[in-house]
Design a binder for this molecule. Structure first.
Ligand SMILES: Cc1cc2nc3c(=O)[nH]c(=O)nc-3n(C[C@H](O)[C@H](O)[C@H](O)COP(=O)(O)OP(=O)(O)OC[C@H]3O[C@@H](n4cnc5c(N)ncnc54)[C@H](O)[C@@H]3O)c2cc1C
Length: 489
């Protein structure tokens, strides 16, 4: 196969992974990212001398594809994973704290002791939780019947009353699936429980970045893609994809955010390409990986004639809000805690990672944040400062030196009943146009692991497809569009 050229649209973890996979397969790659940085939904920004993550991101030891990407980026040393799954759960109702810590016993016995000693449920409730957890062993995540069922009903049918669902299941389901525990998709919940809690005994050990996410994913990726010879175009927004009659695609860049033609190699002024519209920029490719969020993908895929594109948006979105509080002193001793009977869900100590020199920086991570995403900052302050004081009495005597909020309205797709049937695979009805993104059908929730897996899926699918497709470069030469690639390095 002569060298083929692919345009990857979207520089999140899915697009990054696809670009690396395609380069490894010998395909020429141009990656277009509309923002001025790589990394997509897992990013950071500078604020008052600190690096702030747009939202706390954690991964589990079972997220093997994500960790392989980190290894490939040579940043494994910039994340830390617990030796053993260990979560302290604080109660806003004044109950004594609980510690869920696994042992070295084989799974599922590794968590039996933690559950047996969980003081926030009665002994009978703990026994019933154990039985329901084990029932997940027989749940097939790919089953259409499970896809349609809300988790609350499934758990209730297995003896999980309101208290058990709120005080234990919600802790992990809301953060893993970014949706209210009762409303979650049972198939995805089964994937999480089976892989993380019933899998290898170390599967649920929690990992997180020790440096800002933007550095972990962004900087290292640009270096690697450069070494691999892929072209990365930042500030380049794809506006439409046209399927060419002779094979291949013409990708038009929208004016706003498009890279100036004299700064780029493969993006040409469209005076040579009438199809891009007056003054527009366009780029030709044999294949496309569309690695953008579902809504953008629906629009771009429709422009290329993908018949199912309109369905992508039916997945919907779910927000995540992070409430950031900087105290003049340490108020929380642990690196992170979870909470029940409190508006607080999980709290992370971001002091070192952000570069704060004195005091303590806590980020309260709020998943399924529909109630908070439009709440004014002052109201969030009134709600969360007293809630934090209940969990950390030392906060009452501390001075707040900064308080701010990050809101991600479209943090993940809505992992609700029925979403499994809506997630498309990598292949589309248009040969050579391939989908990636954590929202596509990976079998995993919308997570960094899912994003990386989707990138692998897309790279595999497209590499195989390119063998049987005509070359757009050849067609372009025949049709007088050869200059579209004239600046290619
Ligand atoms: C606040 C928050 C907290 C989260 N917490 C966790 C967590 O703890 N653990 C976990 O595993 N996951 C977490 N996630 C989910 C995780 O971040 C995502 O699943 C993953 O990063 C998605 O990657 P992606 O590549 O599929 O999509 P994205 O990261 O959304 O990448 C898509 C990229 O496409 C670009 N783009 C869009 N349109 C165009 C266009 N027309 N032309 C060119 N480029 C375009 C976008 O700018 C973006 O960079 C969290 C997400 C958020 C927002």
């Amino acid at each position: 196969m002569s060298e083929r050229r692919v345009v990857v649209i979207g520089g999140g973890l899915a697009g990054i992974t696809a670009a690396i996979g395609l380069r490894d397969a010998g395909v020429a790659v141009t990656l277009l990212e509309s923002r001025p940085r790589l990394g997509g939904a897992a990013s950071s920004y500078a604020r008052a001398g600190l690096m702030i993550d747009n939202g706390q991101h954690v991964f589990l030891r079972c997220c093997t594809s994500y960790q392989e990407l980190l290894a490939r980026l040579e940043v494994t040393g910039q994340v830390a994973i617990q030796d053993r799954f260990d979560v302290t759960v604080l109660s806003g109702a004044g109950d004594r704290p609980a510690r869920l810590r696994r042992t070295g016993l084989p799974s599922p016995l590794h968590l039996a002791g933690a559950l047996a000693g969980y003081p926030l449920l009665s002994l009978a409730e703990r026994a019933r939780v154990g039985r329901a957890a084990l029932a997940f062993r027989f749940a097939d995540p790919a089953s259409a019947a499970l896809d349609r069922q809300p988790l609350g009903d499934w758990l209730a049918a297995r003896g999980q009353d309101e208290r058990a669902r709120r005080r234990l299941w919600d802790l992990f389901i809301i953060s893993a699936l970014n949706i209210g525990g009762d409303d979650a998709n049972v198939g995805l919940a089964a994937t999480v429980i089976k892989t993380a809690l019933l899998g290898h005994r170390g599967a649920a050990d929690i990992g997180m970045a020790t440096v800002p996410l933007g550095r972990l994913h962004g900087g290292a990726t640009a270096d690697l893609l450069g070494r691999l010879g892929a072209e990365v175009r930042l500030g380049a927004r794809a506006g439409a994809i046209e399927r060419l009659a002779g094979g291949g695609f013409r990708i038009s860049l929208s004016r706003a955010g498009a890279t100036a033609p004299d700064e780029v190699g493969t993006v040409e002024a469209s005076t040579v390409d009438a199809g891009a519209g007056p003054g527009g920029l366009s780029i030709l490719a044999d294949g496309v990986v569309l690695a953008v969020p579902a809504g953008q993908a629906a629009r771009l895929a429709a422009s290329a004639g993908v018949t199912t594109a309109a369905r992508f948006e039916q997945l919907g979105y779910s927000p995540i809000v992070n409430v950031h509080v900087i105290y003049d002193r340490q108020v929380m001793k642990l690196p992170f805690v979870a909470a029940v009977d409190s508006p607080v869900q999980w709290v992370f100590d971001k002091t070192r990672q952000s570069g704060l020199q004195s005091g303590q920086y806590l980020a309260v991570s709020l998943s399924a944040a529909d109630d908070y995403v439009d709440m004014p900052t002052a109201a969030l302050r009134r709600l969360f400062l007293p809630a934090l004081e209940k969990l950390f009495p030392a906060a009452a005597g501390a001075r707040i030196t900064d308080f701010f909020v990050t809101r991600e309205r479209r943090a993940t797709f809505r992992q609700a009943p029925g979403s499994g049937a809506l997630r498309p695979g990598a292949a589309t009805s248009v040969p050579g146009l391939t989908l990636a993104g954590a929202w596509t059908d990976t079998g995993w929730p919308d997570t960094m692991e899912g994003a990386v897996r989707s990138g692998h899926n897309a790279a595999r699918e497209l590499t195989a497809k390119l063998r049987s497709l005509p070359s757009a470069l050849g067609a372009a030469s025949r049709g007088g569009l050869d200059r579209a690639w004239s600046g290619a390095s």
